[in-house]
Design a protein. Sequence first.
Length: 313
Amino acid sequence: MGILKNLKGKNFINLEDFTKDELLGLLDFAAKLKKKTKGKKNLDILKNKNLVMYFSKPSLRTRLSFEIGMKKLGGETSVIKQDEIILGKRESIEDTARVISKYADGVTIRTFAHNDVELFAKYSSIPVVNALTDLSHPCQIMADLLTLKETFNTLKGLKIAYVGDGNNVVNSLMTACSILGIDISVATPLGYEPDKNVSDIAKKIAQKSGSHIEILQDPIEAAKGVNAFYTDVWTSMGQEAEYEKRKEIFKNYQINEELMKHTNKNAIILHCLPAHKGEEITKDVFEKYQKAIFDEAENRMYAQMAILATIMK
Ligand code: CP
Ligand code: NVA
């Protein structure tokens, strides 16, 4: 727990701002909070604290896991949606950040441009949490790591494959793997690779941690011997106009029975959800591997509780 003390007041926007020990400390704390609060009385760690949550995009998991997680910690939440303030349009991001800082003790932001979250954080005097941008989704990945740890008892020696679109989720997944020394193979169609800057940073971090990162085009090559297979929608929020085009481009990047034959025997599937069954994953495979997927959704709450209880306390 000692190591988490240093994180008080810190933003949770980019995973690369955290060390291996800090991320592992947060995961341990999340597991403890799960044990303490699942089906039990709420705690008072964040009593009298308020979290403001802003959403420019839809959400089921993020909104509920933060709201209910905050209640479990004894705190309160207020949600504002894009149609209410239109971040950066009705008034500047700089002013919005300074106003929210006067009312609340922490803020989560889900929006399009990652730079908007960075700008908000620059003017905010309370910790800012990235609840998904076009570039990254770090809270999701903390839940995924918790699920991997629960399943395999350790993160050491794990190999993960991601197949599909090189989007916000895989950007954060690659960053986390590089920090924690987990091997990862990413298979995407040509031109749909993860963000170049993110993969360059991840590869640099991986040189120190010993993690092996590869970006390929062949899903079968990526699947070989992995402990966990990860996928996400082919069309992310904000890309709806490209839906038909993407369906064609990604059609060979589906997790199905055939592809699962190339993974380890006890491999699990991770999916951040929402899932588009029949696209990035078949319905049968989704149902067969649903346990870890819904554990992962559940773990959003405990992973985020650990983050909030650390940075807002
Ligand atoms: N995985 C995830 O972030 O889900 P929501 O978009 O429903 O919040
Ligand atoms: N890549 C998806 C993740 C949803 C949680 C999106 O941005 O829509």
